[in-house]
Design a protein around this ligand. Sequence first.
Ligand code: FE2
Ligand code: FE2
Length: 173
Amino acid sequence: MLVTLGQRRAERDLRGLLLDCHTKIRSFARRAVELSTRDDLPASEVREQCASCERYFTEALPLHVADEDESLRPRMGQCSTAAAAALATMSAQHEEHRALLSALLVALAAMRERGSDPETRATLAEVAPRLEREFEAHLAIEEAVIFPEIATALSPEQRADVVRELRARRAPT
Ligand SMILES: [Fe+2]
Ligand SMILES: [Fe+2]
């Protein structure tokens, strides 16, 4: 099979692109937790941080979920039994995260509008640490069980196709 330079780059890129998203998920989940514990941040920074977390979880996270559910999972038919089970768990958890994410967005919007006070911090503290823990467990399964099989379960052409779909999702409209 002839493997083009572009396909070879795509193989390297795909796992890297997915891991870049994980770095962002961890970073924004941590920010939300910090907003729930810090009482020393200037009001303008609280507003900006809340808005940027809201933007990330509303706009960017769903793209990563679609990358995994719509682009990656359907192409991993040749994976191991363990990875197949992990893929099913992954998609189920994407659904399970929805309620917690909605609660997080409500808490962030309240803090952005009213400022950081004991009440808005307490509301955020009820949801942000739990979401961070759930994300960590979720990302760890993907990284330990699913991503290592990308190189063997997908052909170079399939990997290149996935990378193209990832980029298309983020292309400016
Ligand atoms: Fe995921
Ligand atoms: Fe992921």
